[in-house]
Ligand binder design. Structure first.
Ligand code: NDP
Length: 474
């Protein structure tokens, strides 16, 4: 069984103690990583700080070239990294609708190249006989990136590449559940980047807390739960660190009664269940008009019964296990609560006997807002389908939640769907789609789903600070 080192200042570093990383398909360890203490966190931040002046002073074209080389390294090592992602996260190599480790690597590569090519040109606010006023973007310094377990490598790329593109240096702390592919990526990246530009420390929440409270960190980019996001914000307050927080979602989808149920149901099933529902912007609450409710529930239940659940390394597997035991317990508890409060479980809804953290994909009818499965983010393979009678009621129910990451409207009349979509309180709205992010369009939450955006020019700007330059002419 392989033991992975941390990479600090371009060197492999061990902490003197390690912990096991479990494959959720078997419940058995498959690798070990270092368990960082405060000394390693300090060393990583110091290495990033030392590397910052030279990295931020590099000509733009050179930084871009190094980032494209990182994209090349991801591509050259794709099959190894895919297998590591599947072993640690449980997500299938291909998966439902091809949303699996292959897509995670494909996305990581695409995001790297697209972000490398984004420029933030200086803006000229005024240029007349009195003065010229320019707005410049400068890097912030040391960025701490804290990543979750659902899309471990792709989310690391989402954090690291724009931070580096803007001229910052980075200390990355992956989730203790899924640190392996990220550690391997940082090892590969250190053949391309100068020492200290990208460092990785592995460990539990304590290492994350030491990093996010570190006085020499300038910015934190975090993807994970709202609860931990709030803790990080408190921790960052002492030194007023900049924050990008991409937190939980409880995305609603509203289906208008003009759709064809048989055509739309497989699409809805895909956007709710890919990666076992463990995606921040999965569809997590589905509102269906009373005229189509029974047919839609029946169709979704059929799909849930037919989907192939198993070990992600087996060819043909569409859904793997839930990523960890604690998350499996949350999903099981929500299913039990739904049953106790009048929910009808139309398919699945049980933990599978035997090894691994498997849950039978579930469709639950008969609930509405106020039930835990509707109000709370399930982050697992169980979807509540909620009946509505008029569209105003559906919009009100969709907005009746503290989260506001994404939302969708499904209709054969896109113009009407857009009008309804604009009334949803969320950072992204998709029409006849859900969760379809892309590297050049901003993505982020409103309400308690986060602060700031990622991707594209808007996301890149969050890794910079503004300097206004005023040149007097008279
Ligand atoms: P967390 O938010 O606790 O973990 C996310 C990351 O934060 C991990 O790297 C974790 O490290 C780290 N972390 C934990 N505590 C601290 C701290 N005090 N300071 C700094 N970093 C810290 O997610 P969970 O794993 O507990 O998942 C719980 C819920 O979060 C899920 O049920 C789901 O609702 C939501 N979630 C949302 C995600 C999204 O994409 N928006 C992704 C994952 C989860 P470590 O793992 O080592 O403790």
């Amino acid at each position: 069984m392989k033991t992975y080192s941390m990479i600090i200042g371009g060197k492999a570093v061990d902490a003197g103690k390690t912990f096991a990383v479990v494959n959720p398909a078997s419940g058995e360890p498959f690798a070990h990583v270092q368990d960082a203490g405060p000394e390693q966190v300090d060393a990583a931040v110091a290495a990033a700080r030392a590397a910052f002046p030279a990295w931020s002073a590099l000509p733009d074209a050179e930084r871009k070239a190094r980032l494209h080389a990182l994209g090349g390294a991801l591509e050259a090592n794709m099959s190894e990294l895919m297998e590591l992602v599947t072993r640690e996260s449980g997500k299938p190599l291909q998966g439902l609708n091809n949303v699996g480790a292959g897509m995670e690597l494909g996305g990581a590569i695409a995001w790297t190249h697209v972000t490398a090519d984004i420029d933030l040109e200086p803006e000229v606010i005024q240029d007349n006989e009195q003065a010229r006023v320019e707005v410049h973007r400068k890097p912030l310094g040391v960025v701490a990136s804290i990543t979750p377990w659902n899309w471990p490598l792709m989310i690391a790329i989402w954090h690291v590449i724009p931070a580096l593109r803007a001229g910052n240096t980075v200390v990355l702390k992956p989730s203790e559940y899924t640190p392996v592919a990220t550690s391997r990526f940082v090892e590969l990246a250190n053949d391309i980047l100068p020492p200290g530009v990208l460092n990785v420390v592995t460990g539990g929440g304590a290492a994350g807390a030491a990093l996010t409270g570190h006085p020499d960190v300038d910015k934190i980019v975090f993807t994970g739960s709202t609860r931990t996001g709030k803790r990080i914000m408190e921790n960052a307050a002492a030194t007023l660190k900049r924050l990008t927080l991409e937190l939980g979602g409880n995305d609603a989808g509203i289906v208008l009664p003009d759709v064809d149920v048989k055509t739309v149901a497989p699409k809805l099933f895909g956007v709710a269940f890919h990666n076992n529902g463990q995606t921040c912007a999965c569809l997590k609450r589905l509102y269906v008009h009373e005229s189509q409710y029974d047919d839609m529930c029946a169709e979704l239940a059929r799909l849930a019964r037919e989907v192939k659940v198993g070990d992600g390394l087996e060819p043909g597997t569409e859904l793997g296990p839930v990523q960890n035991r604690a998350q499996l317990d949350i999903v099981r508890e929500l299913a039990e609560d739904a049953r106790e409060h009048g929910g009808k479980v139309l398919a699945g809804g049980k933990v599978r006997e035997g090894k691994g953290y498997f849950f039978e994909p579930a469709i639950v009818a008969g609930l509405t807002n106020g039930a835990r499965l509707v109000d709370e983010e399930q982050f697992g393979p169980i979807l509540p389908v909620i009946k509505y009678t008029d569209v105003d009621e559906a919009v009100r129910l969709a907005n009746d939640n503290p989260n506001g990451l994404g939302g969708s409207v499904w209709s054969s009349d896109p113009a009407r769907a857009v009008d309804i979509g604009k009334r949803l309180e969320c950072g992204s709205v998709w029409i006849n789609e859900h969760g379809a992010v892309q590297p050049d369009a901003p993505f982020g939450g409103v309400k308690q789903s986060g602060i700031g955006v990622e991707f594209g020019k808007h996301g890149l700007a969050e890794f910079t600070t503004i300097q206004t330059v005023k040149i007097m002419k008279s």
